[in-house]
Design a protein around this ligand. Structure first.
Ligand SMILES: NC(=O)c1ccc[n+]([C@@H]2O[C@H](COP(=O)([O-])OP(=O)(O)OC[C@H]3O[C@@H](n4cnc5c(N)ncnc54)[C@H](OP(=O)(O)O)[C@@H]3O)[C@@H](O)[C@H]2O)c1
Length: 114
């Protein structure tokens, strides 16, 4: 997508990475690596586009989307809480519109041991 657009037009860039990129997750080394790469893309873009707000959101699990009932139960047994849809949306909007430009990589959610 980034290769197909005029980067100079961008003012706000929000990339959806994962807490797996920060803590790892058993059985998800490919997913963790892909999301860590996404955060690296964000840092590179931020350096390229000083006028833009660029953020990589390293989300813990949301209460929705790809987190189905089975996955939600898996997280519950590990004591990892889910991010509510309204809370996640508010955090996204606050950060992308008013967040500190220097904070490029944001970890949102509980910590866990990978
Ligand atoms: N949910 C979480 O807890 C969580 C946590 C950390 C990070 N993330 C990241 O956040 C992103 C969204 O997660 P989600 O939970 O919202 O996932 P989701 O509910 O599975 O939604 C994925 C979306 O991507 C679209 N999509 C999939 N393949 C596509 C393709 N080849 N071309 C265009 N669109 C495509 C789907 O479209 P259709 O509906 O038309 O299939 C769907 O709208 C993912 O990258 C995920 O890794 C999610």
């Amino acid at each position: 997508l980034l290769a197909a657009i005029d980067l100079s037009q961008l003012r706000h860039v929000g990339l959806f990475s994962s807490a797996s990129a920060v803590f790892g997750n058993t059985g998800q080394s490919d997913y963790a690596m892909a999301n860590a790469w996404l955060s690296a893309v964000a840092r590179k873009l931020a350096a390229q586009l000083p006028a833009a707000t660029v953020k990589s959101f390293c989300w813990g699990p949301w209460d929705g989307g790809m987190v189905d009932a089975t996955l939600a139960g898996h997280f519950a047994t590990r004591g990892i809480s889910l991010i509510g849809l309204q809370d996640g949306a508010r955090i996204f909007a606050d950060q992308i519109l008013q967040g500190d430009k220097q904070d490029i990589e944001l970890l949102i959610g509980d910590e866990w041991a990978g």
